[in-house]
Ligand binder design. Structure first.
Ligand code: FDA
Ligand code: NAD
Length: 435
């Protein structure tokens, strides 16, 4: 059995939240040797969104150390040396396989033990795999997923090996849309397959989705809706050759990329902390039901003050802000100073091809589309407001400038009384810009 190590603070997970937590600890003040970050990945915390975008570009792809946190939010880039200069121990390539909260002990796959006084759980999500559903042939080679940097390296290698080949993308959510675009940019023949009537149904209305689907179709991406992959064929080497769909059709494939959702990594803590809506339940300071144990990022189900309910959010802005809030709360408690409750306004975004959208608030109630949503336009710019109980609660904008994006954020935060649907449609961005 390897020997044990003790730290005052342990952050479990060296992803986006882990990196932003380290920066906040350094800001608030930690002594050398007090803080450790333990991560399964072999690299220091980085901005995960780069993996589905610039990391896979055909020209000048992004590579580390270029996108270590906190460059994604315009902050300082924390290179591995930064952690050693601050006396923060980065314990990489180390998977924790057991967490015993009563004895405050974590155990790694190699048998090393780590004890702590305060634990910050930042384990993020894992991908849902088609083999989880028993889909026939789902373990064939070149059926790929994307979560961590090793996955991105595998995908990049497959793209290089299969230049000019056929790619099938299973799933019509974030990964589906971002990966279809980047595969197409790499000159693969791309077909997207998803079960819903339109893409990104978690957020998009049928009208918003129609724009992106037409834009993608114009770029040469084929889109098959209302069906799922039920099996895969492989050759004698075990390499995938075809995707069998539920409607009976068969698509040839050299690469399959699957993006059918994520699952928060909470299993280590099952039965030890209160859970809610699939995540670890926290208060407005991200402390769990176990005192001294905090959970942030994808795994946390926290009070969403603005809507008076509890939610889990799987997006990067929240992973950064929740980590900062938890560290402020930890240090505030030690100093006996008050910290304000987390008051988060949901913010999601995506980029693909020449497109870029942002969304703020809640996508509930009636959606009102405005602007130029013609995918053939030289520079399409359109958006949508969501109106509930007479108030504008959500706003989406494709192609907005920083000022315009700031305006829709302000509107969603203020939840101003909405004009009539016709007036909103006619006013378009002016409605947000004038507040
Ligand atoms: P995150 O997944 O970043 O980090 C978790 C870390 O914990 C990982 O390093 C993991 O290895 C480690 N870990 C887990 N279990 C462990 C264990 N048992 N032992 C040791 N280490 C362990 N969002 C957005 O708003 N805009 C965007 O454009 C994108 N783009 C995007 C692309 C891709 C490819 C993905 C996968 C995700 C996005 N996201 C996004 C979502 C966003 O990246 C995500 O919400 C945050 O990374 C969540 O941060 P966390 O720190 O919670 O988890
Ligand atoms: P998602 O939930 O966005 O989309 C999953 C899609 O797969 C949905 O359309 C779903 O209905 C479909 N699907 C489910 N089962 C299927 C099946 N059997 N066959 C075909 N399609 C099926 O999840 P994702 O796109 O996999 O993303 C994973 C995680 O990464 C999420 O947490 C997401 O928020 C995050 N992410 C975010 C961004 C961003 O914010 N820009 C970008 C990439 C990834």
């Amino acid at each position: 059995m390897a020997s044990g190590k003790h730290f005052k603070y342990i952050v479990l997970g060296g992803g986006v939240s882990g990196g932003y937590a380290a920066r906040e600890f350094a800001k608030q003040g930690v002594q050398p040797g007090e803080l450790a970050i333990i991560s399964k990945e072999a690299v220091a915390p980085y901005e995960r969104p780069a993996l589905s975008k610039a990391y896979l570009f055909p020209q000048s792809p992004a590579r580390l150390p270029g996108f270590h946190v906190c460059v994604g939010s315009g902050g300082e880039r924390l290179l591995p040396e930064w952690y050693s200069e601050k006396g923060i121990e980065l314990i990489l390539s180390t998977e924790i396989v057991k967490a015993d909260l009563p004895s405050k002990t974590l155990t790694s796959a190699a048998g090393a033990t780590f004890t702590y006084e305060i634990l910050l759980i930042a384990t993020g999500s894992s991908v849902i795999k088609l083999s989880d559903f028993g889909t026939q042939g789902a373990d064939s080679n070149n059926i790929l997923y994307l979560r961590e940097i090793d996955d991105a390296d595998n995908l990049y290698a497959a793209i290089q090996a299969k230049k000019g080949g056929k790619a099938v993308v299973v799933g019509g959510g974030y990964i589906g849309l971002e990966l279809s675009a980047v595969l197409k940019m790499n000159d693969l023949d791309v077909t997207m397959v998803f079960p819903e009537p339109w893409c990104m149904p978690r957020l998009f209305t049928a009208e918003i989705a129609a724009f992106y689907e037409s834009y993608y179709t114009n770029k040469g991406v084929k889109i098959l809706k209302g069906t799922i992959a039920v099996g895969f064929d492989a050759d004698a080497n075990g390499d995938v050759t075809a995707v069998k769909l539920k409607d009976g059709s068969v698509l040839e494939a050299d690469i399959v990329v699957v993006g059918v959702g994520g699952r928060p990594l909470t299993t280590l803590f099952k039965g030890q902390v209160a859970e809610e809506k699939g995540g670890i339940k926290t208060d407005a300071f991200f402390e769990t039901s176990v005192p001294g144990v905090y959970a942030v990022g994808d795994v946390a189900t926290f009070p969403m003050k603005i809507y008076n309910d509890e939610r889990r959010v799987e997006h990067v802005d929240h992973s950064r802000k929740s980590a900062e809030q938890a560290v402020k709360a930890i240090k505030g408690k030690e100093a006996g100073s008050a910290v304000e409750e987390y008051d988060y306004l949901p913010y999601f975004y995506s980029r693909s091809f020449d497109l870029s959208w942002q969304f703020y608030g809640d996508n509930v109630g009636d959606a009102i589309l405005f602007g130029d949503a013609d995918p053939g336009s030289a520079k399409p710019k359109f958006g949508s407001y969501w109106v509930k109980d007479g108030k504008c609660v959500g706003a989406f904008l494709e192609g907005g400038s920083p000022d315009e994006n700031a305006a829709i954020a302000k509107l969603a935060r203020a939840q101003l009384p909405a004009a009539s649907p016709d007036e909103l449609k006619a006013a378009g961005l002016q409605f947000a810009s004038k507040i």
